[in-house]
Design a protein around this ligand. Structure first.
Ligand code: MN
Ligand code: MN
Length: 316
């Protein structure tokens, strides 16, 4: 048996990347993270009780961990080695003891992230469906001013009642604004597209003052101008970054519950995340990878790559 705590993760000669148990980026696995808290904790929320169509993101963390073993150490574009710049560990999963009751499950997720926050750890989370971002925000924003947010997604996720519930993956950010967790004037939503139930389905985003950048605007102005404006809007305030894998074109992310044609390329997404350098990122997530609908692991690999890019900007 190899002692993972003493393993030199920088040395591929010590251990081939395809061996052993899969953790995020082959990091040490520390479920008891309070004992030795890292600055950044990478974790999973294997829960998809909030999906409105195709299910499966409960399997996301395990498969993204698997694909993340393909990640190496140094970001070739920025020169950053996040594992050297700060302390990072895989802090396990916020797994649900009673998964059949969504509001209770959200409470369990919030409890986990309160523990993470109390330990002084900034969390980089792998979903799970997008409903899990609400309990994360509840834990992060508790007892403080509302956060800003950069939200990259095909959907605004500011819906309301759907089939008798407000708590699903199409509504976390309306509830977060209603509860004072997010300052809507410091929320930027990028990559929005797809057909709507009604013409005004996204009205909460617009009426509350969020800056909504449709995919057509990204196409016309270019992703660089869009993300630069997003960074200007949030400025130096504490923010959360939420990346729904369905912001990518289905060519890059077929394994997701609500794919929308005509999306971002992976290269655009990588470029946008790299430009978040220097922002006060209090937490970030990558959600909605659904391995049962994936093809050859492409969605999970892109999800792992997005998390790596987020880790790099959080570590700097
Ligand atoms: Mn979405
Ligand atoms: Mn979403």
């Amino acid at each position: 048996m190899t002692d993972r705590e003493t393993l030199d993760f920088d040395d591929p000669m010590q251990r081939p990347r395809f061996t052993g148990l899969a953790t995020f980026f082959r990091l040490p696995y520390r479920e008891d993270f309070e004992a030795d808290p890292p600055r950044i904790g990478v974790c999973g929320v294997p829960y998809d009780g909030g999906v409105t169509n195709r299910p499966g993101p409960r399997h996301g963390p395990r498969e993204v961990r698997n694909q993340s073993s393909l990640m190496r150490r140094v970001n070739q574009a920025t020169g950053v080695n996040p594992f050297q710049a700060t302390t990072v560990a895989d802090i396990g999963d916020a797994w649900i003891r009673k998964p059949y009751e969504l509001v209770g499950a959200h409470q369990e997720i919030e409890d986990y992230f309160q523990r993470v926050k109390a330990a002084g750890i900034r969390a980089l989370t792998c979903g799970g469906d997008h409903s899990v971002t609400l309990p994360i925000l509840r834990a992060l924003a508790a007892g403080g001013p509302p956060l800003g947010m950069i939200h990259i997604d095909a959907h605004v996720d500011t819906g309301d009642n759907y089939l008798g519930s407000r708590f699903h993956h199409g509504a976390p950010f309306k509830i977060a604004v209603d509860e004072g967790l997010l300052d809507p004037k410091k929320v930027v939503q990028i990559g929005i597209r797809g057909a709507l139930y009604q013409r005004d389905s996204s009205k909460f985003s617009f009426e509350s003052g969020m800056r909504v950048m449709m995919i057509e605007e990204v196409e016309e102005r270019g992703w660089r101008a869009c993300i630069d404006e997003a960074c200007e809007i949030v400025g130096e305030m504490p923010i959360y970054v939420s990346f729904d894998i369905d912001c990518l074109d289905p060519a890059y992310a077929p394994g997701t519950g609500t794919p929308e044609a005509g999306g971002l390329t992976m290269r655009e997404a990588q470029g946008m995340i790299r430009r978040l350098k220097g922002l006060d990122i209090r937490g970030a997530d990558m959600v909605e990878v659904s391995p049962p609908f994936d093809v050859g692991g492409i969605t999970a690999l892109n999800g792992a790559t997005v998390m790596y890019e987020l880790l790099c900007v959080m570590a700097e």
